[in-house]
Design a protein around this ligand. Sequence first.
Ligand SMILES: N[C@@H](CCC(=O)N[C@@H](CS)C(=O)NCC(=O)O)C(=O)O
Length: 210
Amino acid sequence: MPQIQNPPSPIVPKLEGLHLFHFDGAPCAQRVRFALGEKGLKRGREVPFDFVESAACTGEPGRWVSRKVSLVRKDHMTQEYAQIHPDLVVPALVHDGKLWLESLDIIEYLDDAFGGDPLLPKEEPLRTRTLDLANQARALYVSLRYVTFRWGLGLLAKLNSGEQQKLKELVGKGANKENLATFYDGFSNNRIRDSVFEEHLQNCSWHSFS
Ligand SMILES: N[C@@H](CCC(=O)N[C@@H](CS)C(=O)NCC(=O)O)C(=O)O
């Protein structure tokens, strides 16, 4: 997915330099941090994700501003974050007022925009083959959510009814075929059958890249 055009967030156009909206414990954000590191870009100052006081909006040469979106505090389930990422997930990247979503798209963008060793092959057919493999991995993220919630986070990740209602209202405009509200509704109310979890586990365990 290319750069996101006209995001509704008033925060995005105010940001100069690189700002990563992320959470330390989220693997989808971690892979973007790896890519930033490979490009020689260091983690810079920590700023609350929605903080727009002018010093916080300025970039730092050779560094990225860390805007933590706590998945524990449910920062991602707020109106402010929904205007940045309509699917209410991390990561999101802003570079000089322009927004990118989806970790693999962000990595591709960083690879093109910054120097250093390329992360993706430049030459064909290797480039297309690599992107194809990455897209196969991308398709697994829904299954990974089922597996990590069922066998990792467990009860800790359930939402109460007030939180579920708020989430339904926020996620209405999301683009994902399976949005967070649908998932949390099933998960928090024990409406997901074991066979569904097991099917997702199979996807992750036996998925073979072709
Ligand atoms: N395809 C997306 C998936 C993003 C995603 O699902 N992120 C997870 C963390 S790895 C998230 O924010 N989940 C929110 C939640 O679990 O409530 C990407 O790779 O950027």
